[in-house]
Design a protein around this ligand. Structure first.
Ligand SMILES: N=CN[C@@H](CCC(=O)O)C(=O)O
Ligand SMILES: [Zn+2]
Length: 409
């Protein structure tokens, strides 16, 4: 390779670097005694220390990683992090026998959180949500997707999306926002779902004009929106060139995945009831399967997403917390790594790709998710010898240091 520019160069040495690059020579792209060169917030070089194409004293700063494991910064690609209140009472009701769907049909569930979110002013929503974001960042999250969906009117959805944007700026992490107006029918549209879908389609251009939505999502389910209603929302998104994602096949096979794939969806999420047709369509469209073991666990579901089918159709798999007050009140992406392996039988390498490389793809971010020259220098140093340890431990946080765009966070 040509001579590397050394001005402002930082070197991280004495690291066990897991690049997570596709087609790497070793599992996880693991490089023992590795080094990383960082310049202008980007990775300038990564490889074995002995192959480093410059002298250590060429670097402005040298960091000794002291044998730490280094992975790409973690990416939580599906959250509903901004919400008011909690649903502990619903949790109790479910333990006493009520089902998630019964509670939703009785006006609880998502609509209970809509009431609490509407009642919260922007500052209190920001403060409540920041605590959750900080818990995630404490475990190495450097990029996060945050959906709206608990406001369900233009003003309230905009409030939640503004909070999401502000959280990114305040905590120094990348926030990608997703408009999920088609999450539930709000009380003012009770019995008039088609009118509400019209309203959602009208909200979209207004939110887009304010720069508040990076993507559009819907809850395609018997307690959510039909495939036909979802299609209308997706048509409106497509008219604005906004990418789509979908809550699909969580509680039933509503054939959402195939529909989303026909719109070139970035991802289809949940997927416990995914059919062979849906998986094939996702594979052909290149949509990522975002698996959400937290919701599977919390709802005590018994049907697991068809992992073998996803592998067969070469669908990239991601893992996310689904952080939300109803089905996954969870702020631990490390726990999702463990649950992805124990509950869904992912390999630890698949699980780690699911919170890095494939999670980046689910958010259409091609500048991160692996450690490779030219990509963002977002990475985490862990007190671990092997990447599988991050999936194996339960309730233990081995994060030592987070680096975002080359700076220690
Ligand atoms: N499934 C729809 N949305 C959320 C749950 C929302 C809620 O119950 O508040 C999910 O991803 O699981
Ligand atoms: Zn969700």
């Amino acid at each position: 390779m040509g001579r590397m520019r050394t001005e402002g160069l930082q070197l991280w040495t004495n690291a066990r670097v897991a690049t997570l690059a596709v087609g790497a020579a070793t599992p996880y792209g693991l490089i023992e005694d590795g080094a990383l060169a960082v310049q202008d917030g980007r990775i300038a070089w990564v490889g074995a220390r002995k192959e480093l194409p410059l002298a250590l004293d060429d670097a402005a700063v040298e960091h000794d990683a002291q044998g730490a494991l280094v992975t790409p910064g973690l990416i939580d690609c599906h959250t509903h992090l901004v919400y008011g209140g909690d649903r502990a009472a619903e949790f109790e009701a479910r333990l006493n026998g009520a089902s998630y769907e019964e509670i939703a049909r009785a006006g609880g569930g998502i609509l209970a959180t809509v009431r609490a979110t509407r009642a919260a002013d922007e500052e209190s929503l920001f403060a409540q949500s920041r605590r959750r974001l900080r818990a995630l960042c404490d475990e190495g999250v450097t990029t996060i997707e945050i959906k709206s969906g608990y406001g369900l009117s233009l003003a309230e959805e905009a409030k939640c999306l503004r909070v999401a944007r502000r959280l990114g700026a305040s905590e120094g992490v990348t926030v990608r926002t997703t408009f999920l107006g088609a999450h539930a029918v709000p009380p003012e549209f009770d019995g008039r779902p088609e009118d509400y879908v019209d309203a959602v389609c009208r909200m979209l251009p207004a939110l887009h004009a304010q720069g508040l939505a990076d993507a559009v999502d819907a809850f395609c389910e018997r307690i959510g929106f039909s495939a036909a209603q979802t299609r209308r929302v997706f048509d409106a998104a497509q008219a604005l060139d906004l990418p789509v994602k979908l809550h699909a096949e969580q509680l039933s096979d509503s054939q959402g995945a195939a529909l989303a794939a026909s719109f070139g969806a970035l991802s289809c999420d949940h997927l416990e009831w995914l059919s062979d047709t849906g998986a094939r369509a996702m594979g052909q469209a290149g949509s990522v399967a975002v698996l959400l073991p937290g919701a599977f666990y919390f709802l005590r579901e018994t049907r697991v997403p068809p992992i073998a089918l996803l592998r067969e159709h070469r669908v990239p798999m991601a893992l996310a917390t689904d952080c939300n007050p109803g089905t996954s009140p969870c702020t631990s992406l490390l726990l999702m790594l463990n649950m992805g392996c124990t509950l869904f039988r992912l390999t630890p390498e698949e699980a780690l790709a699911g919170v890095t490389r494939n999670a980046a793809r689910a958010l259409a971010l091609d500048d991160r998710g692996v450690l490779a020259p030219g990509l963002r220098a977002d990475f985490v140093l862990w007190d671990a010898r092997h990447p599988a340890e991050l999936c194996y431990a339960v309730g233990f946080n081995p994060r030592r240091t987070t680096v975002i765009e080359g700076r220690i966070a």
